[in-house]
Design a protein around this ligand. Sequence first.
Ligand SMILES: Cc1ncc(COP(=O)(O)O)c(C=O)c1O
Ligand SMILES: Nc1ccccc1C(=O)C[C@H](N)C(=O)O
Length: 423
Amino acid sequence: MRQHTLSTAQQWDREDKLATYRDEFYILENTIYMDGNSLGLLSKRAERTLLQLLDAWKTLGIDGWTEGEHPWFYLSEEVGKKMAPLVGGNENEVIATGSTTTNLHQLVATFYKPMGNKTKILADELNFPSDIYALKSQLQLKGYEPDEHLIRVASPDGRYLREDDIIAAMTEEVALIVLPAVLYRSGQVLDMEKLTKAANERNIPIGFDLCHSVGSVEHELHDWGVDFAFWCTYKHLNGGPGSVGGLFIHEKQFGKAPGLAGWFGSKKASQFDMAHTMDAATDVGAYQIGTPHVLSLAPVIGSLEMFEEIGIEAIREKSLKLTNFMLALVEQELAGAGFTIGNPVDESRGGHLLLEHAEAARICKALKQDGVIPDFRAPNGIRLAPVALYNTFEDVWYTVQKLKVIMDEKRYEQFENKRGVVA
Ligand SMILES: Cc1ncc(COP(=O)(O)O)c(C=O)c1O
Ligand SMILES: Nc1ccccc1C(=O)C[C@H](N)C(=O)O
């Protein structure tokens, strides 16, 4: 295998067509940031649009809803249109609203229609806990025992899921399917097209959690026939802590009454008629509930400009090159250090890698002390996400070099092998 050196990284940085975007971000001083899959960094454009919206509040007051550069009343739809290419949706199929978990509640409340023996929700045992909590509580609301009615497809190895196992679980009893697009730990990308085809053939509504895939991998939700999807904008989309989430509804489902109704789901023209009979929007807009969190949406406007300029294909291409490089370096520099690669080594992975190690919690602490920000996921995972928009190949090189020193010198031993509060 070809031996990589620092000059390989420098050469690739010189050739990188996206290199200039790094200057658009606030790069933390003396830090290599590898945690864009939990919280992406602030860009100057995101800061600009946040300040613009604050200024609209300052100078326009209530009229900010309909005036100014980004009138707040139409913002959720406008940002939705800008996200549509990232998920492969039509413009009227995507909206910026809510948060991942609240959107999932809305979607299950809308699409889960148990009838007769068809009462089960199909999920998987590796999904993010919040999704599982939401699904269980929705079952409970309908009077079903979650342990009996939530099917969680098993993983053969605790890392990956097999699409064929999921398809085999799509039985007559299943009323709804909710799956991740990219697994939050292993980074596996599920074959959404294949799963959707199988679900459509069985007439079971299927939806995906795109938290770890949006802004990092390509999707064709409309063409695949996916019924719904939901995601956050604070990871790969760099929208900031708690930024507003995203929601996709396939047009074949338009007209379905939202399970959780609220006045922002009304047609724009009739919302302020204040009638007690809701005149719901005819597209994805119907699934909004209340007043949008405008200031948490504001940074997303600026951030998405970059995605629009570059296109997701070029982002995915660089992301894969970065993670391929990191994988090659792990193999070259860290053999014998006790790491297990916990992500797919082929390209069926999203934008992050997972290194497993019994000492992972304290290795993460040692990395942080050395200026590299990873995140730890219990019980033994180190997630590293070199982000196409702002990380360099040199960042990847130094991350692995620092890890090598930490392992060679056992520098992690000065820390307790216990996780921090959030990472
Ligand atoms: C896959 C996945 N689903 C759901 C969530 C929960 O999202 P939120 O807290 O924005 O509702 C997260 C991360 O927090 C996640 O990674
Ligand atoms: N929302 C957060 C708030 C605080 C700290 C982390 C998060 C994350 O999003 C973690 C992420 N969902 C994960 O895949 O682990």
